[in-house]
Ligand binder design. Structure first.
Ligand code: 13P
Ligand code: SF4
Length: 348
């Protein structure tokens, strides 16, 4: 069997051999054994932009999850092939919104609210959901531009249907001054709107989805930190639950989390509510600060972690043997409509 260092050497060799024929973006949540090879690292927005800008590479090997590879394929040129090193690297949140559920939800909501809704989807969604948003005058967003995109949508129509992450939707809308009473949750299983008050007042319809990693950061975790270490700064990803975000000192995309901690004064303590690999990296790199996870159990994203060194090696070998494996290919019509939704975001 190959040792870790054999495998690493082989990947460096293949990268050298492939040169600019290969482009490898890597999300911040990737393991060190993988991200060390990335040509570009970033949050979802940065990776979507740099992926779209690369017109040269013949192969894009995406070190991230399935929806990111789909976005890369949607924004890529015809001559470019996108590969995902392990097809099981999905995203449980993206899987919480299926296109058939959305079609039904839309029909139902049009019955109540007529033509007053703009659909917005977090990029953590399937290409089919993005295409739906493209067809219905909606757009995509990421955690970096969620506020801007909500404002964009509210300039067009009075309501938003926000998919698939209820927490990002609620946290972003609340930050813009929309009270919780003007938000309701659409349950895609029961096909029902959970709404306490008058539906006429609802401006924000939140799809009932969540990230199973970020839901593991709880109010108990926050209380424990406040008790043990009142000087510590708590910073979380906006995929965390509303109460947790409210009780934290800051919230933001992975890029913002990194940026704030890098710029923080030496000696300060940062307790972070996001995926384990990023927290570990910050602990190792920001040695003049104290960094730790908000949940002592660390919270890995199991699907992000499916991309490992053996799968990366295997993916590059498949290219060199002219039999590229695990190609991610979005059909033409979906690509066209999803591009519309993505472009509305990238133009903001
Ligand atoms: P960002 O890197 O855009 O903040 O997204 C986090 C995430 O959960 C990606 O799946
Ligand atoms: Fe999906 Fe959550 Fe993993 Fe991000 S951290 S890829 S949202 S399951």
């Amino acid at each position: 069997a190959m040792t870790q260092s054999d495998m690493e050497k082989r990947v460096w060799d293949m990268k050298r051999e492939l040169g600019t024929r290969l482009f490898m973006p890597g999300h911040y949540y990737q393991k060190e054994e993988v991200i060390q090879f990335a040509d570009e690292t970033g949050d979802s927005l940065k990776l979507a932009k740099t992926g779209a800008a690369n017109k040269e590479a013949e192969y894009i090997v995406f070190c991230g999850v399935h929806f990111m590879a789909e976005t890369a394929d949607i924004l890529s040129e015809d001559h470019q092939t996108v590969l995902l090193p392990d097809l099981r690297a999905g995203c449980s949140m993206a899987d919480m919104a299926e296109i058939t559920q959305l079609e039904k939800a839309w029909e139902n909501l049009q019955g109540t609210f007529a033509d007053t809704i703009t659909p917005l989807t977090y990029v953590n969604s399937t290409a089919a959901i993005k295409a739906f948003c493209g067809r219905h005058e909606g757009a995509t967003l990421t955690s970096s531009n969620a506020g801007t995109m909500l404002q964009w949508a509210f300039r067009r129509k009075e309501r938003i249907l926000f998919l698939p992450d209820q927490h990002l939707g609620r946290n972003t809308a609340y930050d813009m001054g929309i009270p919780l009473e003007e938000m309701a949750v659409w349950d895609p299983i029961r096909q029902e709107l959970d709404c306490d008050g008058d539906p006429e007042k609802v401006r924000m319809i939140l799809w009932k989805g969540h990230c199973s990693v970020h839901e593991k950061f709880t109010m108990d975790n926050v209380r424990q930190v406040r008790k043990d270490d009142p000087e510590a700064h708590i910073i979380v990803h906006p995929e965390c639950m509303f109460d947790v975000v409210q009780a934290s000192d800051a919230a933001g995309s992975t890029n913002k989390i990194i940026d704030m901690i890098q710029k923080a004064p030496a000696g300060s303590t940062w307790v972070v509510g996001t995926e384990m690999n990023l927290v570990n990296r910050l602990m190792q790199e920001e040695t003049d600060k104290k960094v730790r996870s908000l949940n002592p159990n660390m919270c890995p994203c199991l699907t992000m972690n499916r991309i490992d060194l053996p799968h990366l090696l295997w993916s590059l070998e498949s290219i060199l043997s002219a039999e590229p494996h695990y190609r991610i290919e979005v059909d033409e019509q979906t690509t066209r409509e999803a591009t519309t939704a993505l472009q509305r975001m990238l133009q903001q």
